[in-house]
Design a protein around this ligand. Structure first.
Ligand SMILES: C[S@@+](CC[C@H](N)C(=O)[O-])C[C@H]1O[C@@H](n2cnc3c(N)ncnc32)[C@H](O)[C@@H]1O
Length: 209
């Protein structure tokens, strides 16, 4: 776990100050964030979606971002200060242990992050815990077309590259259902594509508490 976290951190520390896209779907746009809402982004990276949300929720709402890479949180926080945005806040934290109490958020998004987690069931149960009843969650992520071979699953570089931790849709949806979510709606699905030597796809889903 530590080796994996280090590989992901090293990759994202170097990505923090560059401008290539790290997303794998249109989670933010599809979340249709509204005035007054309390918003959370899991794996907020350089903070773009949180800062967009801060504008969309307005003065009566608030936007939070969580990321475990210090450099990402620093870049996001510096941008926030430069743009003088008061209703956004970034936390350096793991998405497996969220620093929030129960039933806080109206809307949660995550873009290309949950594939990195070694404990996806815990991530989904944390999402369920902090989401308000009737709250919505929009997730864009990378999924494996078939169960990945052991050598890929054990390769920290593949995990950091957004595919080593990818699991098949059935397993992903089972973890969501176990957390307590009843319906999973598919909003976007790519055709399968190659990452390293394996086939994956990008999926954007909506779930509600
Ligand atoms: C591919 S980037 C996506 C960033 C952002 N969501 C975007 O779309 O630009 C993944 C981000 O998730 C963070 N991350 C990966 N695993 C995490 C975990 N277990 N807990 C918290 N953050 C994590 C990384 O540090 C990185 O900033």
């Amino acid at each position: 776990m530590q080796e994996l976290k280090e590989a992901i951190n090293i990759r994202y520390a170097s990505e923090a100050s560059c401008c290539s896209s790290l997303s794998c779907g249109g989670a933010y746009e599809l979340a249709k964030v509204k005035e007054g809402e309390i918003f959370l982004d899991l794996g907020s990276g350089r903070g773009q979606d949180v800062l967009k949300a801060a504008k969309d929720v307005g003065r009566n709402g608030i936007a939070y971002g969580v990321d475990f890479t210090k450099e990402m949180v620093n870049v996001a926080e510096n941008t926030r200060k430069k743009l003088k945005i008061e209703n956004a806040k970034f936390f350096e934290s793991e998405i497996e242990n969220l620093p929030f109490s129960e039933n806080v958020f109206d809307v949660i998004i995550s873009n290309c992050t949950i594939n990195h987690s070694k404990d996806k069931p815990k991530v989904f149960s944390e999402i369920y815990r902090v989401l308000k009843p009737k709250g919505r969650v929009i997730i864009s992520d990378v999924l494996a077309v078939e169960k990945l071979p052991e050598e890929v699953v054990n390769d920290p570089v593949a995990w950091a590259g957004c595919y080593g931790g990818a699991i098949p849709q059935e397993e992903y949806f089972e973890a969501i259902a176990k957390a307590g979510f009843l319906n999973i709606e598919i909003l976007e699905e790519s055709t399968p594509y190659k990452k390293g030597d394996v086939m994956v796809k990008s999926l954007t889903i909506k779930i509600q508490k």
